[in-house]
Design a protein around this ligand. Structure first.
Ligand code: MLT
Ligand code: MN
Ligand code: ZN
Length: 297
């Protein structure tokens, strides 16, 4: 059993380029000057045959088409054993609607996230008789795919944008936003595509891991405000940024993690430009900038 992962989509919601965005990165991606990136998803396997997909992005149709390991091996036989969603955000659940063709796989989520899906009747199109919805309790290991044990744990975050009320708690700890610990007999990896804050609990969990896929939404907390694209900071969106005293570069500096990979990057993030100084800074701090199709083992 050898843990392998493939980044299906390295971008945050919207992707790169985002359909309505004329920012520098989106224009560079449109012209083919920098690589485009699809929305947030990771495929993982322990036996090299059976895969789990972590988060079902709106781009999943193209992502599966571009990933031979996930192609059908017979009329309706697919090497996909399960799909796990880490929150109810549109970029992580909308792809479930694409997976509706009476194709068996197991759908894993916490009770809180399953509740969100159940409240949206459009997801009934993913027939629960064919795709059993399995509720996973926090801190309770389960078999995600053959030979691959997963454990969900709470990560500071918020409810999905479409469920926000008048006041929004952006560092809520509960089962609405989770991280995933992935374990084979030899290796431990973590997948945390959304995280508002690296608290002591997370530090303790992550220290010593072999591989980490982590929230790389923004480089600077006010990056979208500065670009004139939004009034929202990263903090308001429930994401810690890469730079600054509270940023992930600083926060992870004291932890021992063999490989740290940024995923879920917003299209404004300068690290998405291969020659940017910000990318060089992140790399100097020991980070890898995730890319669509990147394989990690
Ligand atoms: C996020 O990661 O903050 C969300 O996916 C934003 C969104 O719903 O577009
Ligand atoms: Mn997102
Ligand atoms: Zn853009």
């Amino acid at each position: 059993m050898t843990f392998r992962a493939q980044i299906l989509g390295a971008a945050a919601g919207g992707g790169l380029p985002q359909w309505n965005c004329g920012c520098e990165n989106c224009n560079l991606a449109r012209s083919g000057t920098i690589p485009s990136q699809t929305q947030s998803s990771l495929a993982v396997t322990a036996d090299g045959v059976s895969w789990a997909v972590l988060n079902a992005s709106p781009d999943i149709r193209g992502q599966l088409a571009d990933t031979p390991a996930l192609h059908p091996t017979d009329l309706r036989t697919l090497p996909l054993s399960s799909v796990l969603v880490t929150n109810g955000d549109i970029d992580h659940v909308a792809g479930l609607l694409t997976l509706r063709e009476m194709q068996p796989f197991r759908l894993f989520a916490t009770a809180g996230i399953h509740e969100v899906l159940a409240e949206n009747p459009i997801f009934n199109a993913v027939n629960a008789d064919v795709v059993p919805r399995e509720t996973i309790a926090l801190d309770t290991p389960f078999e995600l795919a053959p030979g691959l044990t997963a454990t969900l744990f709470p990560v500071p975050g918020k409810v999905p944008l479409y469920l926000e009320g008048e006041t929004v708690e952006t560092e809520l700890i509960g089962d609405q936003t989770v991280g995933v610990r992935l374990e084979t007999a030899e290796k431990t990896a973590f997948y945390i595509p959304g995280c508002a804050l690296l608290n002591d609990d997370l530090r303790d969990r992550l220290d010593g891991a072999d591989t980490l896929f982590f929230d790389g939404t923004l480089w600077a907390d006010d990056e979208m405000v500065q670009a004139g694209l939004s009034h929202k900071t990263g903090k308001r969106m429930g994401h810690m940024s890469m730079s600054g005293p509270d940023g992930s570069l600083a926060a992870f500096a004291g932890l021992s993690i063999r490989q740290k990979i940024f995923v879920h990057m917003n299209n404004t993030n300068p690290v998405l430009r291969p020659s940017s100084v910000e990318k060089a800074q992140a790399e100097a701090a020991g980070w890898i900038i995730g890319q669509d199709g990147m394989e990690v083992s």
